[in-house]
Design a binder for this molecule. Sequence first.
Ligand code: NAG
Ligand code: NAG
Length: 350
Amino acid sequence: MGGYVPFTKVTTILFRMILRIWAYSGLVLVFCFLVYYLYGTLFAVLLLFFAVTGILYQVQDNLLYNSELPPHSRVYVPIPSTFNLPYESVMTKTSDGIQIHMYFIYQPKDKQKNAPTIIFFHGNAGNIGHRLQNCVGLYHNLHCNILLVEYRGYGLSEGVPSEDGLYLDAKASIDYLFTRSDINHSEIIIFGRSLGGAVAIDLATREEYMGKVMCLIVENTFTSIPDMAKVLLGWRILQYFPLFFYKNKFISYQKVKYLRLPSLFISGMDDSLVPPRMMQELHNRCDSIRKQLLQIPAGTHNETWQLQGYYRSMAVFLQSCRLDNSVHVSFDIKNEKTTSNSIWSDVQTI
Ligand SMILES: *[C@@H]1O[C@H](CO)[C@@H](O)[C@H](O)[C@H]1NC(C)=O
Ligand SMILES: *[C@@H]1O[C@H](CO)[C@@H](O)[C@H](O)[C@H]1NC(C)=O
């Protein structure tokens, strides 16, 4: 009996202590939950954001530079002689030491020096061999020499593609042309389609080539890669992403403001990849006194050059640049005619 009372006393004290600790534990638990909900979720969301944006940042290159499409594009590059075009296969070194591959397609030797030379910057897929059919049209309709440039990481060129890398490739290609004594250095035309348009615009706005290039022609190109991401992904959240999130930017809409050379913007109105309004915007923002927007109805992203009037319009534009060069007349498209002594007088209306 004597031990009973102390026992209940002890249990009561123990019980109270446990109750107190439990109360505190409850508080700690509530605190844990609060931390988890407030900071844990925040932390998890931050981690997720870093992971997702990190992955997106890395895969951007794979999405943009499709040098493996169609398959074997890195090993099999069709050659111009298949299309009866005389050519030289050229390797040139960029300023950062990358060997890039090009085709120099030339007019017959007696005409080569009278002819303009087009530097051709292609789109984001395949290699230069996939543009040869288009070159046949340029060659026979515009009577021009063509330098087809294969970006780093494409076709037989070394290296891996990147925005700055492509700009260096473009510089190396035009520098190469200036080393050739068998072409007319006063008639170099920069041409680019799609991604190549962004490369062409960058090259044409570089100070060291100002006054050295006859004109710029771009076709179905975009205002910028962030703008294209919004169009392709349709995520409204993208508009809140800062520019540094984009590994490749190609901000053409800012660069066109610095264009001073005659510029032709060729826009296929049925382009389902690059919205034609982007070509309109580039044309509007271009500050060159001689600029023209050529809108081709039914022109698709890849096939605008196959439509009627394409080469003819190019020839008219080139002729106006030539006239401007020699007599400094102001450019008025309505009064332009390719004169009979022009090398572009026999352009087919294909
Ligand atoms: C080179 O181009 C310029 C400018 O169009 C022209 O005046 C000149 O005659 C051309 N030279 C040759 C050899 O065709
Ligand atoms: C254009 O051609 C490339 C391959 O050269 C292809 O990947 C792309 O899907 C084509 N785009 C359209 C809009 O047809």
